[in-house]
Design a protein around this ligand. Sequence first.
Ligand code: PMP
Length: 351
Amino acid sequence: MNIQNLARENVRLLTPYQSARRIGGNGSVWLNANEYPEATAYQLTEQNLNRYPECQPVQVIQRYAAYAGIKPEQLIVSRGADESIELLMRAFCEPNKDAVLYCPPTYGMYSVSAETLGIERRIVNSKKDWQLDLPAIKEALNGVKLVYVCSPNNPTGNLINPDDIRELLAMTAGRALVVVDEAYIEFCPKASVVSWLSQYPNLVVLRTLSKAFALAGLRCGFALASEEIINLLLKVIAPYPLSTPVADIAAQALSDQGIATMRQRVIELNARRDQLIKTLSACTCVTDVYPSETNYLLFKLTDSEAAFKTLWDQGIILRDQNKQPGLKGCLRISIGTQAECDAVTDVLQTF
Ligand code: PMP
């Protein structure tokens, strides 16, 4: 029996997402997944694991709604923002008929989720300055139901021009949703478009606890949108997407104290990032360090392959971006502890 032949064709052909954990490496310094470098300790307060959890834990929903300045009805909590990326496709895209559009270089899961579900991928590369190519997007919109815009963008670190997002929302009104992925927005909170939700019925905002909230291992993310969109997503989400311990810890992370701690982390990481920009720029093997509004930096090297390997061999794991359009010679580094950043620059200074 040939099991391969039983599998769906698009799954047979699929290259799964190359997550930092899947790529592996024998690292001691992990700077390849944009995680927060240190763990906060939590105590579980809920012990009743004999019971199924709430589908949408009320305290998490209420606290995140208050934090984001929206109504609880405008929010769904999911297994990371990754699950929300896919829920949107499951709720809005007919396989083999509708399309999703995104603008590389950008986050890889828009593509992988679409491919997994058998949804056409409409790819419009961003311009040289990593802003949206609006005329090209306009040309490509036929049949598109979802446009994913990552702002700040992973891996380039830049914000998407808000006027362009407004133009995109107007251009797609009545035909497609614009999904603004704000996974890194805590590092530049003023840039959020969440306050636009009341103005644009076709806007969705994605958020996560994986970055500034330092909880990548928790797997907790959110989609923020109109009540109508949220109700559609609630139809397709799993019956119990978040385990009881996840909801318990997420609620603690979203307490006043948890949010204050997050904001303190952001101040420290942003300062360390700005320092790292200077140190990297001074390395002779580095030709460009791009501005960033996030907890990572994209930088270009004279020989990125050799630098990546030299660091890798010393247990320092960065993220290679060579294969993304327009990013030849580029690596991405997450802002780690001061010691971790120093370990990288020590190697690159002598490289
Ligand atoms: N969007 C972007 C831009 C990301 O970088 C990531 C994390 N790599 C995600 C979404 C997914 O985040 P989560 O951990 O919440 O699934």
